[in-house]
Design a protein around this ligand. Structure first.
Ligand code: PMP
Length: 352
């Protein structure tokens, strides 16, 4: 007997592959760009309070969180939409803009969810190779735009390679792209950016009618397990993203913890500063050992190993450190605390 018919595009999806989890626990997991620090006590306290309300549905509109974001960024509440992680919000934006026959342009290699989400929406991916120094090739991306292009992802800093898009190149790109194409600036790692030439996406959104800024509580704010993301976009785009949301997709604890994290931002920023200092140390140690790598603005580093990336990852794993291979291109390693990073550096700086 034939079973239910599944859309062919869905049958063809290879599936989202998360970073591997170490068999014995999460002590040396550098494969998912997570924040290595435990939740703040103030956040845990709010979570305990929220736990007493989980027999109730959350606030559909995530009012307290949207208000807190509106105040934090000085943007109207109508320009904000939340979702189940920023990957959930990316899916909402695709559902809102992209259907069969429509095209979505993004750099490759970049965040591995993009091709999957485009396929689910029924659209066609147009991948534009990164430059040899692992940056977005923005002129080539602008040239790839056609009448069918509905959305462009710009991942800045780019996961997994690290470079972020600079102001001048972004201005030139946005000037070249028609304003009926939605440009999604995926800034999952924005808080780790130190290069002053890299614009803040929220400033760009203020000047452009077709720019949406995608942000998350998963990285700098350390709430990956709760799944909260948001977009700041022109009001009709934010409204469309809300319309495409899974109802009640941001849980009671997730909303409460996100608000508490915005209130505790100074403490979280201090942790980000520690991670950025640690990034500098790790990059220097790797360069001293002879590695060549692109400049990184995220909480991770990229070793462009090419063929043999999986083998390098297996060597790290045998030493108790999980890293993320993208065979045959390179390996991405999350920056964590000095103790954990030293475990990785001990393997990576061995004479090869
Ligand atoms: N964008 C980028 C570039 C990412 O690397 C990630 C997570 N790896 C996400 C979005 C999604 O993060 P989340 O769904 O946890 O917000």
């Amino acid at each position: 007997m034939a079973g239910p018919r599944i859309r062919q595009a869905i049958n063809d999806i290879p599936g989202y592959k998360p970073g591997r989890v170490p068999p014995g626990g999460a002590a040396f997991k550098l494969s998912s760009n997570e924040n290595p620090y435990p939740p703040l006590p103030a956040v845990l306290e709010v979570l305990a309070g929220a736990a007493t309300e989980i027999n109730r549905y959350p606030d559909l509109a995530a009012t307290a969180l949207v208000n807190a974001l509106s105040e934090r960024f000085g943007v109207p509440v109508d320009d904000i939409a939340t979702g189940t992680g920023s990957v959930g919000v990316a899916q909402q934006l695709l559902q809102a803009t992209t259907g069969p026959g429509d095209e979505v342009v993004y750099a490759w290699r970049s965040f591995e969810a993009y091709p999957i989400l485009v396929q689910i929406a029924g659209g066609t991916s147009v991948r534009v190779p990164l430059t040899p120094d692992a940056r977005h090739d923005l002129p080539a991306m602008a040239a790839a735009v056609t009448d069918r292009t509905r959305l462009i992802f710009l991942c800045s800093p780019n996961n997994p390679t690290g470079p972020a898009i600079r102001r001048d190149e972004l201005t030139e790109f946005l000037d070249a792209v028609p304003t009926d194409v939605l440009v999604v600036l995926d800034e999952a790692y924005r808080e780790f950016v130190t290069d002053p030439e890299v614009p803040d996406g929220v400033d760009v959104y203020r000047e452009r009618p077709n720019v949406a800024v995608l942000r998350t509580f998963s990285k700098a704010y350390g709430l990956a397990g709760l799944r909260v993301g948001y977009v700041i976009a022109p009001p009709q785009v934010a409204a469309a993203a809300r319309a495409c949301a899974v109802p009640f997709g941001v849980s009671v604890p997730a909303q409460a913890a996100a608000v508490a994290s915005l209130q505790a931002e100074d403490q979280l920023r201090a942790r980000v500063a520690d991670l950025v200092a640690e990034r500098t140390r790790v990059v220097q140690a790797l360069r001293d050992a002879g590695w060549e790598m692109p400049e990184t603005q995220g909480n991770f580093v990229w070793l462009p190993i090419g063929v043999g990336s999986s083998e390098f990852a297996a060597t790290c794993e045998a030493a108790g450190v999980m890293v993320r291979p993208f065979e045959p291109e390179g390996v991405r390693i999350t920056v964590a605390t000095p103790e954990i990073d030293d475990r990785f550096l001990a393997v990576a700086t061995r004479p090869r």
